[in-house]
Design a protein around this ligand. Structure first.
Ligand code: TYC
Length: 109
């Protein structure tokens, strides 16, 4: 906040109004969607999930799958709350239907 340094007499005859403003707009929060590694889900299944639900190319999908496999997890994309929630639900449902223990989670950025 800008300080008003006017003395009581206000010799410069300004009104002492503070002109600093605070932006009042809010950016919508974004959510990271992450895939977690496990020992059982086949690599090809994970690649397929990334292509199908995240619109990634085969090469990008393979690369992200390998990152998860080696590092334990990776961010797959960043979305609004509703889109992130939908992706997580779609992936978890698809993995369950195919009896793979693949885990997908979301976290506020
Ligand atoms: N670790 C798994 C395997 O060796 C492959 C895998 C990769 C599983 C990514 C989950 O999110 C995952 N078959």
């Amino acid at each position: 906040m800008m300080a008003d340094t006017d003395k009581p007499g206000d010799a410069d005859n300004d009104t002492g109004v503070l002109t600093d403003t605070k932006p009042k707009t809010q950016k919508p929060p974004l959510y990271k969607v992450m895939l977690l590694n496990d020992d059982y889900t086949p690599m090809e299944f994970v690649v397929h999930v990334l292509e199908r639900f995240f619109g990634l190319s085969h090469a990008q999908s393979f690369e992200i799958m390998l990152t998860v496999h080696k590092k334990g997890l990776a961010v797959v994309g960043v979305f609004s709350f509703e889109v992130a929630e939908t992706k997580v639900t779609q992936v978890m449902d698809f993995a369950l239907r195919h009896q793979h223990p693949l885990q997908c989670t979301m976290e506020k950025e």
